[in-house]
Write a protein that binds this ligand. Structure first.
Ligand code: C5P
Length: 326
């Protein structure tokens, strides 16, 4: 009898300790949030492990109306079919009516490049802090380099160089968003993220890593590129249309690469810090690495509206803008 009682006592102790250990692990990993519901206290798992999470939809109606967590971000063989709306919007952007057939082109794509569902790892264990680095001249003299390099992901855009500008822009690049006309060579560890504005852009990507026979779009483009083939990603045309509709609210012809990259970051990161965005006070779109000045308002992108949206994102505590020097 005594032996039986001792045994059940041991069982109870073991059960209690394992429950306590499990509870501690759960609390550590998921940052439990207790809310009072009609059935008493209920627990909600935090959407990420950072102190503030991008995917936390509880705080801003303005953000929630625009942010679609289910939009396809990057192309893969299972999501590549375009719906009629996306297809007609995207095809209107094409400069070249002689471009190939989208379905046939995309069929070749994933024989060459990784066919994955990227960045589906959001959850209570992830805290991914990203720097989106635009090409604005306001970076010059900023001394942001070490701060930028401290981020998990550093997303750079088009030709924006690091060499020679490390103090102000840093040296780390995990992703470079580009299209054929803005392509530059990359190191082996950087993701080439193609932003296709036309079918020919996807054909160029395939050609650059195989036959190297495409050298011309609406301008001369490099026939090949130094980059790690296994790190190539392609932005989904539906994502570009979503940014245009929901975030640029149909302003101009299509969003700027920087704006698309910023919204891309909102979808793959838990916290986003923004550097190198912004024209001069007199509306000049200047680059930190060259002297060419272009007017901010003229052209195919809605620079002013994009800027207002970026400022609003900061007001809603979704991003932090580092405004630089100029
Ligand atoms: O000029 P480019 O498109 O290569 O620059 C990358 C991005 O940086 C732009 O698409 C834009 O969003 C941002 N930018 C900016 N202000 C500037 C220059 C660039 O906001 N003066």
């Amino acid at each position: 009898m005594l032996a039986l009682r001792l045994k059940s006592h041991h069982y109870m102790t073991a059960l209690l300790s394992s429950t306590t250990i499990l509870l501690i692990l759960y609390l550590q990993n998921s940052l439990l949030v207790f809310t009072y519901g009609s059935y008493g206290f209920v627990s909600e798992r935090s959407p990420c492990a950072c102190s503030a999470c991008m995917a936390d939809r509880g705080k801003s109606n303005w953000f929630n109306e625009r942010y679609n967590p289910n939009v396809p971000i990057l192309l893969n063989s299972t999501n590549s079919v375009l719906n009629a709306n996306v297809s007609s919007w995207w095809e209107e952007l094409q400069y070249s009516p002689t471009a190939g057939n989208y379905t046939r082109v995309v069929d070749q794509l994933f024989h060459l490049f990784p066919d994955k569902e990227h960045y589906s790892d959001a959850g209570p264990d992830r805290c991914r802090i990203c720097a989106v680095v635009g090409n604005s001249g306001n970076l010059l003299g900023s001394r942001y380099g070490p701060l930028i390099d401290h981020h998990d992901f550093v997303l750079r855009i088009n030709k924006g160089p690091t060499e020679g500008y490390e103090k102000d822009v840093g040296s780390k690049t995990t992703h470079r968003i580009m299209y054929p006309e803005s392509a530059v060579d990359l190191d082996n560890s950087t993701h080439l993220v193609l932003l296709p504005f036309k079918i020919l852009d996807i054909q160029w990507l395939i050609s650059a890593f195989s036959t190297k026979n495409i050298t011309q779009t609406y301008m001369e483009v490099p026939s090949t590129i130094k980059a790690n083939k296994d790190k190539v990603m392609i932005v989904h045309p539906e994502f570009s249309k979503y940014v245009y509709d929901n975030w640029a609210e149909g302003h101009a012809r299509y969003p700027s690469t920087g704006f698309l990259t910023l919204i891309f970051a909102l979808h793959i990161c838990d916290e986003v810090n923004v550097f190198g965005f912004g024209a001069t006070s007199d509306g000049i779109w200047h680059h930190y690495f060259e002297k060419t000045l272009t007017s901010y308002e003229i052209g195919i992108h809605g620079g002013k509206f994009e800027n207002e949206t970026i400022n609003q994102l900061q007001q809603e505590n979704k991003i932090l803008i580092h405004r630089g020097w100029a």
